[in-house]
Write a protein that binds this ligand. Structure first.
Ligand SMILES: [Zn+2]
Length: 208
């Protein structure tokens, strides 16, 4: 089972999950997630933090676990059969990890923030990006406005890929935001992008 750190305010409020490290070669998300966790419980509601969603990939600093497939395309698609259909012993470990993670998030989180880096072909004009599901669209628009006022402009797009965590949460009507920090930015800046997005969202939800 994924080892979430639970930071519970003890007061009613939203449950927000921060997930990082699904891709092992995107190290800024896990650093940001640990920093968020070290700040303690939110003002209200509950914050769940998973800084290392894919430990084997992170240990290898590679997108996927050695010999494995991209975890962020293995989340169970809507309409796929129940988990019991496949015998546990024959399960692909990455598929099992994806399924367990999705199960926890569907059960525990009102909003999921998934921290990533977007690499390679970006040029200087490219901005950090929020990829949103329909259920998170209103929050995302407010967040982009607030981040712009703070001097950190973000782009936003709809439609996370099928089989990705946000894509499959969205397919189930759930609220999720992918934070994509441009890989061209210095590492510390990428961490700052993640922290600004998550703290901004928590602020809008009255959690900090
Ligand atoms: Zn990624």
């Amino acid at each position: 089972m994924p080892a979430f750190l639970l930071l519970d305010s003890g007061l009613p409020g939203p449950a927000v999950a921060v997930v990082a490290g699904i891709h092992g070669d995107e190290g800024s998300g896990p650093i940001a997630a640990r920093e968020l966790a070290s700040a303690g419980p939110p003002r209200r509601g509950r914050l769940l933090v998973l800084a290392e969603a894919n430990p084997a990939a992170l240990a290898a600093s590679s997108r996927a676990a050695p010999g494995g497939r991209d975890l962020n395309r293995l989340f169970p698609r809507t309409g796929s059969g129940p988990a019991e259909a496949a015998p546990a012993a024959g399960r692909d470990p990455e598929e099992a990890r994806a399924e367990a993670l999705l199960g926890v998030l569907l059960g525990e989180a009102d909003l999921v923030l998934d921290l990533h880096e977007e690499g390679g072909a970006w040029d200087e004009a490219d901005l950090p990006t929020l990829v949103l599901t329909e259920a998170a669209a209103e929050l995302a628009l407010e967040l982009v406005e607030e981040l712009r006022d703070l001097g950190m402009p973000f782009d936003f797009v709809r439609g996370a890929p099928e089989g990705s965590l946000a894509g499959e949460l969205g397919g189930r009507g759930r609220a999720a935001l992918v934070v994509e920090a441009p890989a061209r930015l210095p590492f510390e800046e990428r961490v700052r992008v993640h922290l600004a997005a998550v703290r901004g969202a928590l602020g809008l939800l009255g959690m900090r």
